[in-house]
Design a protein around this ligand. Structure first.
Ligand code: PLP
Length: 393
C-alpha cells in the first residue's frame, strides 16, 4: 500500500487566515451591506508598472511569430534576466558570479522547493513571530524545529545564542509580520554563528525594496555570508508580481558540505523539477530592472509608504508602541490596554469594520500584538486610520 507523508498529520490547519476569513464572513452575513476596511492581507493593490505591461504585451506578440517564438526557457533562468539581477546586486556592492543568481516563479515556491537540498535529520531555527510558511514547509519536510522567540526587548531582531544547535537558520529582513530590519551588526553575529556551527542561513529578502534607512538589503552585504548563506527574493512586493509570479534566488558557488556543493545541487534540482519560468513573465520581469521600470516601481512603493505614514501618525498620536512601517510594508503594534490579539481583532471588526491580522497567528510570542498591512488602497487606509484614531483616542 502506498505510504503517504505522515508529517501532514502534524500540520495545524491554516488556522490564521482561515479563521480571519470565517470571522469576517460571519460579520458580513450578520451586517449585510457593511463595508470592511481590509488591512490584513499581504497582497498588493496597485497594478503592474507600465514598463512591465508593455514588455508583457511585446512578449505575447513574440510568441505569435515563428521568428520570435520561444519554447522552453533555461531551467535556471533567462541569462539576460540573471544578468539584470546580478547588476541589481552590484549597485549595492554585492558581486555575484554568473551562475549564482537563479530566476524563480516566486519566493513561496523556492522556500518549499529548496528544502529538497537538506537531509531530514536537521534542526531548523525559526525566529518568531514568523511568516507561517517557514514552519509548515519544515514540518512537511520532517525537520526538527527550534522556535526562537523575539520581542520588544530585542526589537524583534534576536541575536544568536551559542548554546543553540541549529543547522538551518531562517532570517526574514525586513520581517513579515513585524516590519523589523536586522542591522549589519546583528546579521554579522548570525553569520559568525553559522560559520562556527557549520550551519546555513536562509535569508528571505522579499521586502528589501522597502528599506529606506541605511540597513542591509542583502545578507551578502555582510562579510563572510557568501560562505554560509543563500538568499531568496521576489518581485511580488517589489514590483506587484504577486499574481504574475517571478522571483530570484542566490546560491553562492562556494558553499559545500560533506562533499556536496549547494549551487550544483540546485542546478540539478531545477533541471530535474522545472522547465523554467515562462518567457513572457521573464521578459516582463526584465523591465523591472530598467531605469524606467525602477522609477515606476518606486512610485508604487512610495504610495504604500504614504499609507504607512498615515497609520504611523495615528499610532504616534495614540502613543501606541509599534515596529515596522518605515522600512517595511507592515506595521506591528502592541495591542492597546493589554488586549489579546484576537480580542483586539474582534474589537476593530465589530466597532469600526477594520480587519487586521492578530499577532498570535505568527507564533506564540506574537500574542498581544497586531499586524497592519500597508498594501491597501490609499483612501481606504486613510479612512481606516481615522476610524482607529476615533476608536482608541
Ligand atoms: N516571504 C515572505 C516573508 C512573505 O511575506 C511572502 C509573501 O507574503 C513570501 C515570501 C512569498 O512571496 P511570493 O509571492 O514571491 O511567493
Amino acid at each position: 500500500m502506498i505510504k503517504l507523508n505522515e508529517n501532514y498529520k502534524t500540520l495545524k490547519d491554516s488556522y490564521l487566515f482561515f479563521h480571519i476569513a470565517q470571522k469576517t464572513k460571519q460579520y458580513v452575513a450578520e451586517h449585510p451591506g457593511t463595508h470592511l476596511y481590509r488591512m490584513g492581507i499581504g497582497d498588493v493593490s496597485l497594478p503592474l508598472a507600465d514598463a512591465v505591461i508593455s514588455k508583457l504585451h511585446e512578449a505575447v506578440e513574440d510568441q505569435a511569430k515563428k521568428e520570435t517564438f520561444h519554447g522552453y526557457m533555461p531551467e535556471t533562468g533567462d541569462p539576460d534576466l540573471c544578468a539584470d539581477i546580478r547588476a541589481y546586486y552590484k549597485k549595492r556592492g554585492v558581486i555575484l558570479k554568473e551562475n549564482e543568481a537563479f530566476v524563480s516563479s516566486g519566493a513561496s515556491d523556492e522556500l518549499g522547493d529548496i528544502l529538497d537540498l537538506f537531509d531530514r535529520d536537521n534542526t531548523v531555527l525559526i525566529m518568531e513571530p514568523a511568516y507561517p510558511a517557514y514552519v509548515d514547509a519544515n514540518m512537511i519536510a520532517g525537520h526538527r524545529i527550534l522556535h526562537l522567540p523575539s520581542g520588544a526587548e530585542d526589537d524583534f531582531t534576536p541575536l544568536p545564542d551559542n548554546d543553540l544547535e541549529a543547522d538551518l537558520i531562517y532570517i526574514c529582513s525586513p520581517n513579515n509580520p513585524t516590519g523589523a530590519v536586522f542591522t549589519k551588526e546583528k546579521l554579522s553575529a548570525w553569520v559568525s554563528y553559522a560559520k562556527k556551527h557549520g550551519s546555513l542561513i536562509l535569508f528571505d529578502a522579499a521586502y528589501e525594496a522597502f528599506i529606506e534607512e541605511d540597513l542591509p538589503h542583502s545578507i551578502y552585504e555582510i562579510e563572510g555570508a557568501k560562505d554560509c548563506a543563500i538568499e531568496i527574493s521576489s518581485l511580488s512586493k517589489t514590483a506587484g508580481f504577486t499574481g504574475t509570479r517571478c522571483g530570484y534566488t542566490v546560491i553562492p558557488e562556494g558553499i559545500s558540505f560533506g562533499g556536496l556543493n549547494l549551487n550544483q545541487m540546485w542546478v540539478r534540482n531545477r533541471t530535474t523539477k522545472t522547465n523554467g519560468v515562462s518567457y513572457i513573465i521573464q521578459k516582463g520581469a526584465r523591465a523591472v530592472f530598467t531605469e524606467e521600470g525602477q522609477k515606476q516601481i518606486r512610485d508604487n512603493i512610495n504610495i504604500y509608504k504614504e499609507n504607512a505614514k498615515c497609520l504611523m501618525k495615528v499610532f504616534d498620536e495614540l502613543k501606541i508602541p509599534y515596529w515596522g512601517g518605515k522600512n517595511a510594508p507592515y506595521i506591528w503594534i502592541r495591542c492597546p490596554k493589554d488586549m489579546g490579539s484576537w480580542e483586539f481583532f474582534d474589537l476593530l471588526l465589530d466597532q469600526i469594520q477594520v480587519v487586521g491580522t492578530p499577532g498570535e497567528g505568527f507564533g506564540k510570542c506574537g500574542e498581544g500584538y497586531f499586524r497592519f498591512s500597508t498594501f491597501g488602497d490609499p483612501e481606504e487606509t486613510r479612512i481606516a486610520a481615522e476610524r482607529i484614531k476615533a476608536l482608541l483616542g
